[in-house]
Design a protein around this ligand. Structure first.
Ligand code: SF4
Length: 383
């Protein structure tokens, strides 16, 4: 868990116009030494300064390709900056403008909890479980998975990773998003009765030896606080309010919501599907509100609304604001690197092993498990 960091004066109280103007100046003065990455869920006031916009894994890759950039400022959350540091070139330094920008999902699985779970699974079913972790996890969890023969997955290649895992072992431990794991496994044809949920705060995950032996997939009890907010009642409500609307949701949404949706897919899939849709089409989107609002702005010929009646905002992403960005940039101008994210060498090595295994997986479209199931689609991007 990350601690909150007060923004030093005068940055906290600068007028907005001055803040934005000084960011422009600092960015220009740092030139090619600086590269700013902006996650899709960031506010527009940050995205306007991003040299690249995207999802977590793609941004980390883009950062590592900027051979002239000494400083990679990641406008996202902590696990993303860690991933950027894992993939960074020697000499590149990764900076997170506010260290309190964490991720509720990534925080739901700690290294100690994961080791405890592994000890139990190995006692009950020795050598039969493949550990897989979603990109949205700490470097320590990625390293754990790498050490035990497993891979990282994105929301795009999750099914491919599951298939790869089942070619080698009988069952999967999927960390930390139960919904992505359940939605993916169900679309592959794994029945819900063969999925067990591991509660990290309960003895033996709350499962009996028999339940562990019987399960094909053991889903970590973790979720995204944003995507969890989309509810089953939202789908009929929006369909009634907007006749003809298509419902498109991220696979971090609950299974029941995904079952009702017309399309389920990664952030990149959502963007591409809506962008390619005909003028006049109507979309209710189950993902973070900044992305939905930006899609609406960029596709004025379509009706695009949030699936939820409430604001589904990632509050930790929202911590990255222009004053924090200005603060880190002006420090760089004065030769000081503040809020650098460094993954220690052994963790980095094993996390790289898990990420390299993921690169061996080929992203593909996932067919529905049964005719009534929604299409769970995948593209070449993450998160
Ligand atoms: S949207 Fe969800 S998974 Fe993504 S950073 Fe925010 S809390 Fe984490």
């Amino acid at each position: 868990m990350l601690s909150s960091q007060p923004l030093p004066e005068p940055y906290a109280s600068l007028p907005e116009a001055e803040t934005l103007e000084r960011i422009v100046r600092a960015r220009a003065a740092l030139g090619k030494k600086l590269f700013i990455l902006g996650h899709h869920y960031q506010m527009d006031e940050i995205i306007r300064f991003a040299d690249a916009r995207g999802d977590s894994y793609r941004l980390s890759q883009i950062g590592s390709q900027q051979t002239e950039a000494q400083y990679i400022v990641f406008c996202g959350v902590h696990f993303m900056a860690e991933s950027a540091d894992i993939l960074a070139q020697p000499g590149q330094q990764v900076i997170l403008p506010d260290l309190a920008a964490g991720c509720s999902m990534a925080d739901m699985a700690t290294a100690d909890q994961t080791e405890d779970a592994w000890e139990t699974l190995e006692r009950v079913c020795p050598g039969r479980t493949m550990p897989l972790t979603y990109m949205n996890s700490s470097a320590a969890i990625k390293a754990f998975v790498g050490k035990h023969g497993g891979s990282v997955t994105t929301s795009s290649n999750c099914r491919t990773a599951f298939e790869w895992a089942f070619e080698q072992r009988d069952k999967i431990l999927f960390i930390p998003d139960e919904h992505l794991g359940r939605n993916t496994a169900f679309a592959m044809g794994v029945p819900l009765s063969k999925m067990a949920v591991w509660f990290p705060n309960l003895p033996q995950g709350g499962l009996t030896d028999k339940q562990i032996r019987d399960a094909k997939i053991i889903l970590w009890k973790g979720c995204c606080s944003v995507h969890q907010k989309f509810g089953v009642a939202d789908v009929p409500r929006v369909r009634e309010a907007l006749p003809g609307v298509k419902v498109i949701v991220h696979p971090e949404c609950r299974y029941e919501v995904c079952q009702l949706a017309d399309f389920v897919g990664s952030t990149d899939f959502i963007i591409k599907t809506i962008t390619a849709a005909p003028a006049g089409s109507k979309w209710a989107v189950g993902t973070e509100i900044h992305l939905t609002s930006r899609l609406a702005q960029e596709n004025p010929d379509k009706t695009i609304v949030s699936l939820a009646g409430i604001q589904c905002l990632c509050s930790t992403m929202f911590r990255i604001d222009p004053p924090h960005l200005l603060w880190v940039l002006e420090n760089l101008l004065e030769g000081r690197v503040v809020n650098r994210i460094v993954v220690e060498p052994e963790t980095k090595h094993w996390a790289q092993v898990a990420l390299t295994r993921m690169l061996g997986l080929k992203a593909k479209t996932i067919a529905p498990a049964k005719p009534t199931a929604p299409a769970v689609a995948a593209t070449a991007a993450a998160d």
